[in-house]
Design a protein around this ligand. Sequence first.
Ligand code: FMN
Length: 367
Amino acid sequence: MSTSVQSFLNRVGMTTPIIQAPMAGVSTPALAAAVSDAGGLGSLGVGAMDAAAARKAIQDTRALSRGPLNVNLFCHVPAQADSERESAWLDYLASVFAEFGATPPASLREIYQSFQTDEAMLEMLIEEKPAVVSFHFGLPDARKIQALHDAGIYLLASATSLAEARQIEAAGIDAIVAQGIEAGGHRGVFDPKQPDEGLGTMALVRLLARQTTLPVIAAGGIMDGAGIAAALALGAHAAQLGTAFVACPETAADAAYRTTLTSGQTPPTTLTQAISGRAARGFTNRFTALGTAAGAPAVPDYPITYDAGKALHAAAKAKGSAAFAAQWAGQAVPLSRALPAAELMHALQAELHETIGQLASLQTALR
Ligand SMILES: Cc1cc2nc3c(=O)[nH]c(=O)nc-3n(C[C@H](O)[C@H](O)[C@H](O)COP(=O)(O)O)c2cc1C
């Protein structure tokens, strides 16, 4: 292992270059603890929680494991309410609510606060001092970054482009999560109003490894040890896997999500803004179709749209339908395995070593 990978792993407290992606609504203390106990980095996605709930999740994880923990926050520019856009969106969804004997909410609200404006969350993090804090959708201001660094916390931030990686570098963050277009869940783009280059993991990781000075963590479409080895070969210091962990029994995924993941015939994935107001990759379903249908109005800001999305899913779920669920999944989801997290970690590490061995024998063949 290269000395730079080794020093990155040592700094974070990992013994294997595998990060379980933070997954708001899906990752749990039990999942993070199992991954950290196996030598990786377990993560909690607390972007949709307030400081008290996030503190409890951190403490629950600590009760299960003494390993390193990554706590992930959403740093989007706070939503701007737009009653016309919101009413038009609710009108558009009204007939689907009616199918389930429900009516859309009278109005929509910003269902959670960005870390950019959340002082209580900052204070809690400084008190709890998780080993790692990571940011998605942008960065907090210099004061928050300094305060977290002063508390000894290692900082990560997601980038989907070289320009975002340069902002991360300039802000003094410690490492970059290079999130390719293959990735499940929300794209971490900083400004959703700008065109999205849609770089794949392979191109993005190589670009950032060559053109930035920070350790790079590859994310997007990595499901097994061969994928992790490929990421390391491109110059990544570790791989961050989300979709690969969703079917683990330790997650909060509901029964319908698990059934889709393990059906053996997973639907295709697509990027949609219709569920939350920001581009996210998940299984195609009636909700994603609504987003691309002719005449679909513009979605309200993130996460205001998510308020409608969650209400529609709840109405459908109450009638036994998962057709409007946010089932986030990456492009390589057919490779999903429903294993306990400790077993999955064991398999990933064995496959990683096997792939490295295969590459070594390839070298002999190529001579
Ligand atoms: C269900 C799900 C939820 C996610 N939630 C978050 C989140 O809260 N914060 C975050 O930074 N990334 C989140 N992501 C994105 C992951 O960090 C990561 O970029 C992605 O999972 C990598 O691609 P893969 O799913 O193909 O492994 C989520 C991904 C999934 C699948």
